[in-house]
Design a protein around this ligand. Structure first.
Ligand SMILES: Nc1nc2c(c(=O)[nH]1)N[C@H]1C(S)=C(S)[C@@H](COP(=O)(O)OP(=O)(O)OC[C@H]3O[C@@H](n4cnc5c(=O)[nH]c(N)nc54)[C@H](O)[C@@H]3O)O[C@H]1N2
Ligand SMILES: Nc1nc2c(c(=O)[nH]1)N[C@H]1C(S)=C(S)[C@@H](COP(=O)(O)OP(=O)(O)OC[C@H]3O[C@@H](n4cnc5c(=O)[nH]c(N)nc54)[C@H](O)[C@@H]3O)O[C@H]1N2
Ligand code: SF4
Ligand SMILES: [Mo]
Length: 764
């Protein structure tokens, strides 16, 4: 935690020059094309940029390094990408380079003063780099020396549990499988990943209620549904091609309800950028009913819907529930109804901030719809009661029998392009016993059984004890995690930190006693091993596994692929003491897929199945109304409404993404769909709250978060009047992460509650 009197922090706190503009009425269209072109021109040049875009999300090409939204069966010849996918590729294929001379010029201390935006814009890392104890600058190191250093430090640890192996969700199935195998052979389940901060709450809630920690819908269900409910998600920015799926819903007569504290532009109306005629005409209206819920009011809202559905007197009909489904496939219904009936629908709706008449309209629409899809993202998963949010969403679908039917089901929309695949491959601090049993049998060893650290527990462990080894397969741990100042102390306590990265970020600068930066190939780049071109495989948000093959010339000839990097670390750590030929396995990715096929259900015949141009679906029993829970039923659950109480002068704050970032990678300083330009240090605030606190547009304030008597402070934000419920404010991630208390996490999933932070506002 930061000393209240000191302004020195891990992240710079200066302004860049706020400009405010109008909020557009619809998403994409011509402005999006213009923005795409500008990014491509600036980062890669047109020739390289379009060469990459032409291959992105095409059957012979590479998977977009942006989000995990699936590709349609038929790919458009005009391109299968969105504005933000194009920005993601421009960022990876950038001409700018971070080489040894860059680090000769800039010390770590100097770079720490740069913003995340400035760091990222420095370019791609081109060679392995090392910083020794007490040194001020990174310097080049040979690959061999780098691997030997890691091997020696790992070997010297008193216990394998002193090593922590983090993963971000861009890592391919092949690299992820080798990485977890290495960690477990080394002797630990310390495999925290970005999922712990992302959809962990979805996995936990879905696992116990329907028996699989994943979604159940397929892309074409969006054209067959009666109703899509989009909760706590901003697809116009974060999953832009989902708007095309929602457009199909509308074209086929389906309805859309949006539940969000903000009227996100992308969800309101949309012009398809790859349909030239549409660009000239009117946008498609998407949301039919917008429910402007207060932050963390979702359990109350969902409970009110549930009460409406089970109470025939309210709906005026006995036929809104699917009683056959409830009888045949579920458990816990009586208990669920008994608990529900203790609530009063008007009290529940009052807690949401939504006018009763609008609630009523939405409830009536749910009651009359049979095929319902519920989609959600971080607006539901990053709260103390995040698991409850999702369990309540499942309750609705169970009442309606809308799981495992055409046009109905759960749709947790994943973030990183292979975060779901990484988990399938065993990147999990709490692996199922059956997975470990199989891994042990196939590789003839006894995998560690004790669960490892997730992200929050990894930070606490590194903070509590010195001299651990922290290795990150991608990502930007210091900027993505909560409680930035505390996490910095944790990382600096390590004896070695290793970052396997494509681009420069803050995690290279907040490092252990010694540190390595190991640069790797990006998705879009050609990967040649042993003279043969390789491809990798990934799993999208709907459980489809498919190929991804880069074709651009790598930015440097000193880069290694992620699978080869893991293999070399493993070989240096185990030396002669291993039964696996790591280097040989990583020299031909079909060999990695052969071993995956032996361990992971659904991957039998992997090398054959992956030849299908659209990939293949993994098994998903709830799609057939088979629920692999302990009681073999889909389970109703009971959940309490939010217990967050605000004192006078306090607000509930959510930390969200702008339209110009991919997590901690900042593409630009604008948030076009919210009318905010050239500034990220802003607070979106209700205008009545502003008036009550005598704050005006652009007043400079500091934010103080409150958690069980602890205070954390972030300086310099500008107030912006916005259409957001009273008592709620919004700031951007990662600037506000310093305010997220390490101990304020979701029950059961331990995900940092970065969408419900209690803060007070202090005038600067
Ligand atoms: N371009 C781009 N694409 C991305 C990313 C990116 O940073 N940039 N990140 C990727 C990743 S890793 C992820 S996980 C996803 C994230 O995708 P999103 O979850 O869409 O991202 P956030 O900006 O966190 O937006 C959360 C949304 O939830 C709403 N919200 C916040 N609190 C509440 C609440 O209490 N209740 C309700 N109902 N709504 C709430 C916010 O207003 C906002 O609209 O996107 C992925 N795709
Ligand atoms: N306050 C707050 N905090 C949050 C969130 C929030 O909404 N609010 N969201 C959370 C969520 S949902 C997530 S997923 C996490 C994200 O956490 P992370 O996944 O750790 O962070 P990213 O910003 O996605 O990581 C970006 C870095 O990954 C590296 N990289 C990019 N491509 C590749 C590649 O192909 N290979 C390798 N090896 N490296 C690559 C680059 O060096 C880049 O700097 O943040 C979480 N933190
Ligand atoms: S929707 Fe997601 S996966 Fe598709 S092109 Fe856009 S960023 Fe890439
Ligand atoms: Mo995420």
């Amino acid at each position: 935690m930061q000393n209240k009197n000191s302004k020195k922090t891990i992240t710079p706190e200066n302004f860049t020059g706020l400009q405010q503009g109008v909020i557009p009425e619809y998403a994409t269209g011509v402005t999006a094309i213009k923005s795409t072109l500008e990014h491509i021109a600036r980062e890669t040049g047109y020739s390289k940029g379009f060469s990459a875009l032409n291959k992105m999300n095409q059957k012979e090409g590479f998977d977009c390094p942006g989000c995990a939204w699936p590709d349609p069966k038929e790919r458009s010849s005009l391109g299968e990408y969105c504005e933000n996918g194009a920005k993601a590729i421009a960022e990876e294929a950038t001409k700018k380079k971070v080489d040894a001379s860059f680090f000769t010029k800039h010390s770590v201390a100097e770079l720490l003063e740069w913003s995340d935006y400035e760091l990222g814009k420095s370019g791609r890392i081109t060679e392995p780099l090392f910083i020794a104890k007490g040194e001020s600058h990174y310097r080049p190191i040979s690959w061999d020396a780098a691997f030997t250093h890691i091997g020696k430090k790992l070997q010297a640890l008193p216990t394998p549990n002193d090593a922590i192996f983090y993963t971000s969700g861009r890592t391919s199935n092949e690299a992820a499988f080798l990485y977890q195998l290495f960690a477990r052979k080394f002797g630990t389940n310390n495999l925290p990943d970005c999922s712990n901060m992302c959809h962990e709450s979805s996995g936990k809630a879905l696992g116990e209620t329907i028996g699989i920690g994943k979604g159940t819908v397929k892309l074409d269900d969006f054209s067959k549904t009666d109703l899509v409910i989009v909760m706590g998600q901003n697809p116009g920015t974060n999953h832009p091609r989902m708007l095309s799926a929602l457009r199909e819903t509308k074209k086929n007569g389906g309805k859309i309800i949006t539940i969000n504290p903000l009227p996100e532009v992308g969800l309101m109306a949309f012009k398809h950028p790859q349909k030239p005629l549409e660009l000239l005409g009117k946008p498609t209206k998407l949301t039919d009913l917008f429910l402007q819920v207060k932050i963390n009011g979702d359990v109350a809202l969902l409970k009110a819907f549930l009460l409406y559905l089970v109470d025939a007197e309210l709906t005026g009909s006995d036929f809104v529930l699917n009683t056959d489904f409830i009888k045949q496939h579920t458990a816990g219904y009586e208990n669920f109804v008994t608990e529900l009936k203790q609530h009063n629908i008007h009290d529940l709706v009052a807690q949401t901030g939504i006018p009763f008449s609008i609630f009523n309209e939405a409830a009536a629409l749910i009651a009359k719809s049979n095929k319902i899809i519920i989609c959600w993202a971080m607006g539901l998963t990053q709260h103390k009661n995040a698991v409850d949010n999702i369990r309540e969403a499942v309750n609705i679908l169970l009442l309606k029998g809308s799981i495992g039917i055409e046009g109905g089901g759960v749709c947790p929309v994943r973030g990183h392009s292979n975060v779901q695949g990484d988990r399938t491959m065993g990147i999990w601090e709490a692996p199922p016993e059956a997975f470990l049993d199989k891994l042990g049998t196939v590789f003839n060893f006894s995998p560690p059984r004790k669960h490892g650290y997730d992200v929050v527990n990894a930070i606490k462990a590194m903070k509590a004890e010195k001299d651990k080894v922290f290795i990150a397969m991608g990502g930007n741990f210091i900027s993505a995690t909560p409680d930035t100042e505390l996490t910095a102390q944790a990382l600096r306590n390590c004896k070695l930190t290793v970052q396997i990265s494509t681009k420069l970020n803050r995690s290279h600068l907040v490092h252990g006693t010694t540190a390595l930066i190991l640069p790797c190939l990006g998705r879009s780049e050609r990967d040649i091993q042993n003279g043969k071109e390789q491809f990798v495989t990934v799993e999208n948000s709907m459980g489809v596994v498919h190929q991804s093959k880069g074709h651009l010339v790598p930015v440097s000839d000193k880069l290694l692929s992620e699978p080869m990097l893991v293999a070399k670390i493993a070989a240096a750590t185990f030396e002669k003491n291993t039964t696996i030929d790591w280097i040989k396995t990583a020299s031909d990715y079909t060999l990695i897929r052969d071993i995956i096929a032996q361990v992971i259900p659904g991957f039998d015949n992997y090398n054959e199945k992956i030849k299908a141009p659209n990939g293949f679906y993994l098994p998903n029993n709830p799609r057939n109304q088979v629920f692999d829970t302990p009681n073999k039923k889909a389970n109703f659950t009971t959940n309490a409404v939010s217990d967050i109480l605000l004192d006078k002068g306090q607000f509930l704050m959510m930390t969200i993404r702008t339209h110009d970032q991919f997590n901690t990678t900042i593409y630009g300083l604008d948030d076009r769909y919210r009318g905010i330009y050239n500034e990220r240090r802003v607070v979106l605030m209700n205008r009545k709250d502003m008036a009550a606190a005598s704050l005006v547009e652009q007043t400079v304030v500091h934010l103080i978060s409150h958690y069980q008597g602890e205070e954390r402070k972030a300086h310099n934000f500008k107030i912006i009047g916005y259409d957001i419920p009273k008592g709620c404010i919004a700031t951007y991630f990662p600037e506000a992460n310093i305010l997220v208390p390490i101990n304020q996490t979701a029950r059961k999933s331990n995900t940092p509650a970065s969408k419900s932070i209690i803060v007070s506002i202090e005038r600067a």
